[in-house]
Design a binder for this molecule. Structure first.
Ligand SMILES: [Fe+2]
Length: 417
């Protein structure tokens, strides 16, 4: 089960190809089943004990991910749109609301790992209850109502796909704390990168369209599309590799304060960082904890599990920079970046801020993205555990600069042109 791909989620119906109500209902139901099944497929190798653990406040238990994504449909689809819907359990909204203040009070995030009850069987029953109600909602709704539901269903499915990725990054972090390193899937390997090299991508000065245009699915933070001045800049075609990172380490990169942002060096000292996340020494050799268990460091593989602070220090050590998200998007649109998608998210030096004229969507779902637009950095691309159909050129992922439990790496930029 080394391939985490799932069928692409596409429930949109173009205006040129009108569907009958039953065709749209079928399409919604199929997209719904595909995504919900993928969550269960990813959870299947995990024991009940695996599914309870919360290894740090930023990570959530697998059982919680399975329940929270279910609550999302109950809260935003079934409650408002299915007359007579009976909630599975009156307390689950409190347990499984994540951060939606408008949706009511919620359990403390850092205490999710203390929820030994409900157990995995009850969570599975919760999922079945909501699945049956959602499929009934699709089957019973007329076309006008289906078209009203469609954007909400798309958000719910894309939300669940985000949690599919988190479920694996979170269990990897938990397994990485275990002195006897468990393998989620013994056959798992990081996807191979395009052969590395020094190839460069020149972006001459120009004004470019940035952000999502059109009506296909996107998160609100990808809009409005707007124009930006980009270049001149040169981007590395390839991702930074483990071999390059080992050279940074050997040159004292983690111990040289002049390479680091002050907050970054303080964080590295406080956390005792001397290598990327999930690396550990075995008999004097560095190994990396992966979903396939403890593995040797492949020098040609892209470096993974580095924070923004580390990526920034590495760039300075290299005499280069991290690109902006606009530079990344322009080069990726032109098809000039190797491994833009599917291996590691790539840090940019762009603050996660609203695009000019950004407006959060109405209602409680307006809390989805907009309220996080401070103190975080944008990552572009996607990772090896991002579900298929969930990547876009305009996708803006975001994490705090000290975070490194996601599949995060980097590519470099140079302005000496
Ligand atoms: Fe969520």
């Amino acid at each position: 089960m080394s391939n985490f791909s799932s069928a692409a989620v596409s429930v949109a119906v173009s205006p040129e190809s009108p569907s009958t109500p039953s065709a749209l209902a079928t399409r919604l139901a199929e997209a719904y089943r595909t995504v919900r099944d993928e969550t269960e497929r990813r959870a299947a190798p995990l024991s009940a004990e695996d599914q309870v653990v919360q290894s740090m406040p930023d990570a959530s238990p697998a059982k919680w991910h399975r329940a929270h994504t279910t609550w999302f449909f109950e809260q935003f689809l079934l409650g408002p749109h299915q007359p007579g819907y009976r909630v599975f359990h009156p307390d689950y909204a409190y347990l499984f609301n994540s951060y939606y203040v408008s949706a009511g009070p919620r359990h403390t995030r850092a205490a999710r790992g203390l929820l030994t009850r409900p157990g995995v069987e009850e969570v599975a029953a919760y999922r079945r209850h909501v699945d049956a109600a959602m499929l009934a909602l699709f089957a019973e709704s007329d076309e006008a109502k289906l078209r009203q539901l469609e954007p909400l269903v798309e958000v719910g499915l894309n939300h669940e796909q985000q949690h599919q990725e988190l479920m694996l990054t979170d269990i990897l972090h938990a397994f990485a704390q275990n002195p006897i390193p468990p393998a989620y899937d013994p056959t798992w390997r990081l996807p191979a990168a395009e052969h590395s090299g020094d190839a460069l991508v020149d972006l001459p000065e120009g004004i470019h369209a940035i952000g999502h245009a059109g009506d296909s699915f996107h998160f609100d933070n990808e809009k409005p599309a707007h124009r930006a001045l980009v270049g001149p800049v040169t981007l590395a075609r390839h991702l930074v590799t483990n071999a390059e990172w080992l050279a940074f380490m050997a040159d004292g990169g983690y111990r040289t304060p002049t390479l680091w942002l002050m907050d970054g060096f303080a964080c590295a000292e406080r956390e005792g960082w001397e290598a990327p996340g999930h690396w550990r020494q075995v008999d004097g050799e560095w190994r990396i904890m992966t979903l396939g268990g403890l593995q040797r460091i492949d020098p040609d593989a892209p470096v993974c599990h580095v924070s923004y602070y580390e990526a920034d220090a590495f760039a300075r050590w290299s005499g280069k920079h991290l690109p902006t998200e606009m530079e990344w998007e322009v080069a990726a649109r032109a098809g000039q970046l190797a491994d833009a998608f599917g291996i590691v998210w790539q840090w940019t030096r762009s603050a996660y801020a609203p695009y000019p004229g950004y407006k959060a969507i109405e209602g409680a779902l307006g809390e989805y993205n907009g309220k996080f637009m401070v103190n975080q950095l944008v990552l572009r691309g996607s990772s090896c555990v991002t579900p298929d159909g969930h990547s876009r050129l305009t996708y803006r992922n975001f994490f705090y600069p000290h975070h490194r439990w996601q599949f995060t790496g980097l590519r470099l930029a140079d302005y000496d042109v």
